[in-house]
Design a protein around this ligand. Structure first.
Ligand code: MN
Ligand code: MN
Length: 470
């Protein structure tokens, strides 16, 4: 419709009303294709980095290829230097030193590379009714009923008594065996059906089936378990006691796939939060000589509350900034107070099947771009970093000037539940922080869904932030 055909009301609405638009409408065909192409790399990352350790390994290899050097706190770094710090193989910081002095602050992007999963207990292996099983303790906020009767792969590391590490990854290649957690048949689930959904499968019922054939012997007991131990010994040189010092987990064995007839989405395990990890890694790597120093953090332990020395409730980020600051004769806190951070984490996308948990006007939608959450938390903004209007205003300008497609959202209706991110741990250091991420359907399920246009928009958003020169 030409401008002269519009009514005064339509023109006024155009001038005054805020109306987000679907990326499918906003993006040119060419850009949509770029978004789709970008997600090919993302799918590879999802398949290769299903645990935090694997994500660190993958990213470290990439960083080395791009000329990033292991960070040395004794050294002085200047503009153009590119460094990374590997925190115990489970978390990673990498940075490019900018042209401006650190006294003007740094730009931080912080995502997490751990995802909800099923961890093995320290003494996992047992035999019952001539089946070999593994006891587990779920990691993060999982809806337990979703993790039964799906193909699972075993990932992790076993530290033997002599200190050597054995890497384990079974169930990812086509000819590998896989594992599963069993459930009742409908014919016999009358009693189980009376349980609440939350208790439908109980924590102690998440037992993994790993074997069924006994070791041929007249005298030995628990012969199925024995045969599994024999196989483990032959393959990895480990004995049962080595489970005591292991970190093994079950993750979905399936690969990331295009979803929908229009292939507009990606279905996969672990979008939360590898979608922000991947997009921020790719965005940062494109700006190796920034105006302001940028710092990218891939954190562990977010799904269990960020505690532990590889989570952001420890001080490894603070210490990193402090050491950098000292090398330029500054105090870390003075750098941090001037710093800005995008806490890069996913948000719940509006699901038309479950509209009741969302407040439609303040929910995030698939294909409406990167999602900003001024605050997270629950119960009257409890336990959150609530970004200031000034900082939100600044990020808004940066995104709009760079043509980023973005939206705002809360995590569900007021008092419907809630959740947190690493934002509050970084704002505690004095930096300005706001949450930016990607809308996800079925968050924390073994198979989560994101839209490709949103993945691409997040990548654009992080790029605009780290490249901003003001
Ligand atoms: Mn997350
Ligand atoms: Mn999460």
């Amino acid at each position: 419709m030409a401008k002269q055909d519009k009514t005064p009301g339509e023109l006024l609405a155009e001038q005054l009303c805020y109306k987000p638009e679907n990326a499918g409408i906003l993006m040119e065909e060419k850009e949509l294709k770029e978004a789709f192409d970008f997600c090919e790399g993302y799918k590879t990352f999802l398949d290769k980095a299903k645990t935090e350790r694997e994500a660190v390994e993958y990213t470290e290899a990439l960083l080395k290829k791009k000329g990033y050097r292991l960070y040395d706190p004794e050294k002085t770094y200047r503009s153009g230097d590119k460094v990374y710090l590997n925190n115990r193989g489970k978390a990673l910081i990498f940075a490019a030193i900018g042209k401006r002095p650190l006294s003007q602050g740094v730009r931080i992007v912080a995502s997490h590379i751990d995802s909800p999963r099923i961890d093995l207990k320290q003494r996992p292996l047992y035999e019952e009714a001539q089946l070999a099983m593994l006891k587990t303790h779920y990691y993060g906020g999982v809806r337990k009923y979703q993790w039964v009767t799906i193909p699972l792969a075993l990932h992790g590391v076993i530290i033997k008594k002599d200190g050597t590490a054995v890497q384990v990854c079974i169930g990812e290649s086509e000819d590998d065996p896989i594992f599963c957690i069993n459930d009742l048949l409908p014919h016999l689930s009358r009693e189980q059906n009376k349980r609440t959904l939350n208790e439908g499968i109980k924590g102690e019922e998440l037992n993994v089936l790993v074997g069924s054939l006994p070791f041929k012997d007249d005298k030995a007991s628990e012969k199925v378990k024995l045969r599994i131990l024999k196989l483990l010994f032959e393959k990895f040189g480990v004995i049962e006691a080595d489970f005591l010092s292991a970190e093994l987990c079950l993750v979905p064995a399936f690969k990331a796939r295009d979803l929908g007839l229009d292939r507009s989405m990606v279905g996969a395990y672990g979008h939360d939060d590898r979608v922000c990890a991947y997009t921020s890694i790719m965005a940062c790597l494109e700006h190796p000589e920034p105006e302001y120093t940028w710092v990218n953090i891939l954190a562990d332990k977010e799904e269990t509350g960020s505690d532990g020395n590889t989570g952001l409730n420890s001080r490894f980020l603070e210490h990193f900034i402090q050491d950098l600051a000292h090398s330029q004769g500054l105090e870390g806190r003075h750098v941090l107070e001037k710093s800005e951070c995008l806490s890069a984490d996913v948000n719940a996308a509006f699901d038309p099947t479950f509209p009741d948990v969302h407040e439609k006007k303040n929910a995030s939608y698939l294909n409406y771009g990167a999602v900003m959450s001024k605050y997270t938390g629950s119960g009257g903004k409890g336990g959150t970093n609530d970004a200031s209007a000034e900082f939100v205003g600044r990020i808004r300008r940066i995104f709009d000037e760079a043509g980023v497609i973005w939206q705002t959202a809360e995590l569900g209706k007021v008092d419907a539940g809630g959740g947190g991110t690493v934002a509050k741990f970084i704002s505690r250091l004095g930096a300005d922080v706001v949450d930016i991420g990607v809308p996800v359907l079925s968050m924390h399920a073994p198979f989560e869904v994101v839209a490709k246009a949103d993945v691409y928009s997040a990548y654009k958003a992080f790029g605009a932030f780290v490249a901003n020169e003001e």
